[in-house]
Design a protein around this ligand. Structure first.
Ligand code: NDP
Ligand code: MG
Length: 406
């Protein structure tokens, strides 16, 4: 069996730990390949990194590299004492964000799993694309910030950008069944914890309430994004770039059960859908093994139960994030970088109790309005704008008239 070396960037997060589990599973059941967690990165959750590296060693292949992307989280001496023995070969402890880029490009790496949250995942994802890797993409923010540039680079380098996001995995799986192009992509959305909440209830929402997602267990940032439906807005933009469609070819429907992960409509109005339980191990595994389908740790849907599947149109008045997402997907240029940065800051301010839940999306809109739009920015310009938008959002937040009650 030839070995597939996987670099999991953001290994200590929700997607990262599920990916490490899938790699261990594949290593046991794949008749054709051995699978190795070749590199794993952690930022602050170093206990999790230790557990993952130890488990990989017990599964048979200890990692070649462990990356501490926040060097202030551990000293090299402590890292050596705690982590050196967990490596498959000596000298593989690395410190600082540049090491993410280094691992993403390494000639030994076959697949890069981009599982860092937010704009922090951009450089390493871009590096993997430039190096022509197979990139299993969870970090949707990279496409939101720089979708046009990343698509161009992928075309030049022959990199494969394979979606991990469940909706985009579903669309990808449906598209694969037709030689004719799709007419429309229909993203499903659970509606999050406030699917049926009134505007007044959303105004009083607390961080704990907003973090309590009804169907998915995820990291904090994407959980808040799901509650505002900014996650779906980011996914509209992600779909626009991944599948090279226009904004008006994308629709969103509410599907509270999170079983239908998305749908594709073709010219003849036939609609294909992909169904599976709400468990990220399946789309992660498919991105790793595509086009092969192997047994997955996700249990199958239970045919002894009634499947209660409902689909409803979205309420754009209660979820203005969607309108914003369609607008950004339509105009492209610098809009995605600005909205993404504004949203990252606004989510942080909400989690810190500084702003209301219902301030998040208006702050993104305001920051977008306040910026000078450019149609064809380079990467350096996008990163400058990212910094500008973070500051601008903080300024706008300070001027809000009614902060939350403490
Ligand atoms: P988590 O918050 O659970 O994990 C984030 C990961 O990124 C952790 O490994 C974290 O390290 C690391 N990290 C955080 N900040 C930095 C930084 N500045 N530099 C380098 N690494 C950093 O997030 P999720 O796993 O939920 O999400 C990851 C990505 O996948 C996001 O883009 C999200 O939108 C996307 N996604 C997630 C889904 C899910 O089900 N969770 C579904 C679909 C997409 P540490 O923990 O050590 O601090
Ligand atoms: Mg998703």
């Amino acid at each position: 069996r030839s070995t597939v070396n996987v670099a999991v960037l953001g290994a200590t997060g929700s997607i990262g730990t599920s990916t490490a589990e899938v790699i261990g599973h594949l290593n046991r059941i794949d008749p054709d390949h051995a699978w190795r967690l070749w590199a794993a990165s952690g930022h602050n959750n170093l206990d999790v990194l230790e557990t993952l590296a130890g488990q990989a060693g017990r599964d048979g292949r200890a990692p070649a590299r462990l990356i501490f992307s926040d060097p202030s989280s551990i000293s090299p001496e402590t890292a050596t004492r705690r982590f050196e023995s967990l490596l498959g070969e000596p000298g593989g402890l690395r410190f600082g964000p540049d090491q993410l880029v280094d691992a993403a490009r390494d000639a030994d790496v076959d697949v890069v799993v981009a599982a860092i949250v937010g704009r922090a995942g951009l450089e390493s994802t871009v590096a993997a694309v430039e190096a022509g890797k197979r990139v299993a993409l969870a970090n949707k923010e990279t496409l939101v910030v720089a979708g046009g540039l990343v698509s161009e680079k992928a075309a030049q380098s022959d990199a494969q950008l394979l979606p991990v996001d469940s909706e985009h995995s579903a669309i990808w799986q449906c598209i694969a069944h037709s030689p004719s192009p799709a007419k429309r992509l229909i993203l499903t959305a659970s509606g999050g914890p406030f699917r049926s909440a009134s505007a007044a209830e959303m105004r009083e929402a607390t961080p704990d309430g907003a973090l309590a997602h009804p169907t998915w267990q995820m990291g904090r940032k994407i959980s808040i994004d799901s509650a505002t439906m900014m996650n779906k807005a980011l996914e509209i933009i992600e779909a626009r770039w991944l599948f090279d469609v226009s904004a008006d070819q994308i629709e969103v429907m509410i599907h509270p059960q999170s079983i239908i992960h998305s749908m594709v409509e073709f010219q003849d109005s036939s609609v294909l859908a992909q169904l599976s339980p709400p468990d990220m191990r399946l789309p992660i595994q498919y991105a790793l093994t595509h086009p092969r389908r192997l047994r997955c740790p996700t249990p199958p849907l239970d045919r002894q139960q009634t499947w209660d599947l409902s689909l409803q149109p979205v309420d754009l008045d209660r979820f203005p994030a969607l309108t914003l997402g369609f607008e950004v997907a339509r105009v492209g240029g610098t809009a995605g970088a600005v909205v993404n940065a504004a949203n990252e800051v606004a989510v942080g301010l909400f989690l810190d109790g500084e702003i209301r839940f219902t301030d998040i999306v208006p702050l993104c809109q305001k920051t977008l309005e306040n910026h000078t739009f450019e149609q064809r920015p380079g990467l350096a310009r996008l990163l400058e704008l990212d910094q500008w938008a973070r500051q601008e959002t903080r300024h706008c937040a300070e001027r809000l008239s009614s902060p939350p009650r403490r």
